[in-house]
Design a protein around this ligand. Structure first.
Ligand code: SF4
Length: 167
């Protein structure tokens, strides 16, 4: 799949994880699932296993190849904070965001409890990276709009996306 995207608030997508499972009412019309399931059983296709979650370590270093700064939507086809993504792997994704520092990373999750627990615990260092924005999804916006515990970048990203949606 191309790293370029038509999503208006980002420049590129980066999927070091593929696949997910539904976790909230907001997942009902998941475009990623619809897309992935189209290719279940197609030998050699990135979504040969449909929307089953799998780690894609061979994709970890992809941002290093992009020389000009981009806004990068992390895991457009998954959720970085899914329970099946080990903490050490989330840390590896974070290390890459730190290494390829010239990009701005947009991490959007529907697993805000796990994100919150990790970013205020073992992965606190990841929350402090200035080039990484964390956001909970739209249907959790109201819950997060006054929450500054995870830093201003998260609040800013959710706010921008919310405002864009209202236009
Ligand atoms: S969390 Fe996101 S990727 Fe996962 S099922 Fe829900 S909408 Fe789809």
């Amino acid at each position: 799949m191309s790293d370029r995207t038509s999503i208006e608030w980002t420049d590129a997508t980066w999927n070091p994880v593929r696949g997910c499972t539904k976790v909230s009412p907001g997942c009902k019309n998941c475009y990623a699932e619809t897309f992935a399931e189209r290719f279940r059983g197609v030998p050699g296709h990135p979504f040969e296993n449909g929307f089953d979650l799998r780690l894609v370590p061979e994709k970890l270093r992809e941002p290093l190849r992009w020389k000009t700064p981009r806004r990068v939507f992390v895991n457009s086809m998954s959720d970085l904070f899914h329970d099946l993504v080990p903490t050490h792997y989330i840390a590896a994704v974070g290390q890459m965001m730190r290494e390829a520092y010239w990009h701005t990373y947009q991490v959007l999750t529907k697993r805000h409890e796990r994100m919150h627990a990790l970013l205020s615990g073992d992965l606190r260092w990841l929350a402090s990276l200035p080039n990484v924005w964390f956001g909970a999804s739209f249907n959790q916006y109201l819950q997060y709009r006054d929450d500054s515990e995870l830093g201003p970048n998260m609040v800013q990203m959710v706010k921008e996306m919310w405002e864009q949606r209202q236009r």
